[in-house]
Ligand binder design. Sequence first.
Ligand code: LLP
Length: 436
Amino acid sequence: MLLGTQRVTEDGLLEIGGVPAVELAERFGTPLYVIDEACLRDRCRRYRESFAAAYEGPTAIAYASKACLTLAMCRVVAEEGLHLDVASGGELHAATKAGFPLSKVAMHGNNKSVDEIAAAMDAGVGYVVVDCMEEIDRAERLLEAGHPKTKALLRITPGIKVHTHEYIMTGRADSKFGLGPGEGGAMKAVERLLESPAFELIGFHCHIGSQLLAVDCFADAAGLMLDFCKSAQDQTGFLAQVLNLGGGLGVRHTDDEHPPTIPELATITARGVMEGCAERGLDLPTLMVEPGRSIVGEAGTLLYTVGVVKEIPGVRTYLAVDGGLSDNPRPALYDAEYEVFFAGKMNAPTQQRVTVAGKHCETDNLFKDVPAPEVEPGDVIAVPSCGGYTFAMASNYNRLPRPAMVHVIDGQADLVVERQTWENLLRGERIPERLA
Ligand code: LLP
């Protein structure tokens, strides 16, 4: 499974963005996050173009920056004309520092702090996605203290169960996010928002889950959301101008996964909204979606170097690499599976099955029973489809420095995140005088 601009050269090297992966490993060290910028830009364009083509009203695509946020990523996404979804004050700060147009930023969060709401109001974000009543109280106090009024969407939990890992199902009635229709209090929040001097309500939002490998649920979500729009219109006179159906489209991590394409998602979603509006006599709202993983996931490859080859005769062979749980916690958290390439031996015959393990002080087996050629310490392993929720969820467990990140495009590689140093890891720590 080669993704984006990945290709295999005649001498068996994996190339990304026109640069051999082994060369990147040598130049920047490993572990290394490699972003195929052409692939990233292609996904942004596909989203913009397919939604614009499929929907008869206005559309806007926001990149869900939680999947992978760097200053360079903000620049690319801005250049591609996308909006940006941020879910914390820290993400908003990164967007601001990168010079992202703040009127195209949406502020999310299920428990936004006073400081985060204040920062969003002061930055002049496009809208805040209101998740709960407490947030409206906080914003009203901030308005009194002189912070400006802000546009808002209200996050609804439409009560949909989707097929994905339980930890990333977010649209169910039993969810910490948003408010449900009916008993869930969403209509009360609409009434409250319509009276609130702090917010101008402009529409509704939902996000039903992540790594979804079927798209029918988006049409179902559209129907449920339009039911809510209709009830809100009937009960309060409020007309939703914006309907944001969240992110969630899955990506291919292995050959066995076949997620729908971006145009398929656009067609199903747009049709669901257009037909749903016609059935209910509603005007077409601006249709928004906010994909994260399906923008950046397949554009990212994670490189490691094999340090130890441990053969336990009759049991298995372990390859220990120079990273693991701290740079990609997804195998441990979600049993996520990935494909593994031997970046310098792409044409070498497969001879064995190996288990790739990390270097953390626990059993962080990353990839089990992967087909492998003959392997020696020093070989570079490339794990495709690692752009989403890896760097973003990295930790410093065992005080491993966070890896570097590079963008590759047209044979050029640019460092966008420096590798942390051991010294960086101590930043902010101090020894109280009594312990000195
Ligand atoms: N919008 C909202 C409100 C979200 O909560 C999310 C993801 C997205 C958009 C983007 O969803 P995407 O298109 O990336 O599926 N750490 C997990 C994924 C958590 C997703 C959280 N919300 C993982 O590694 O699989």
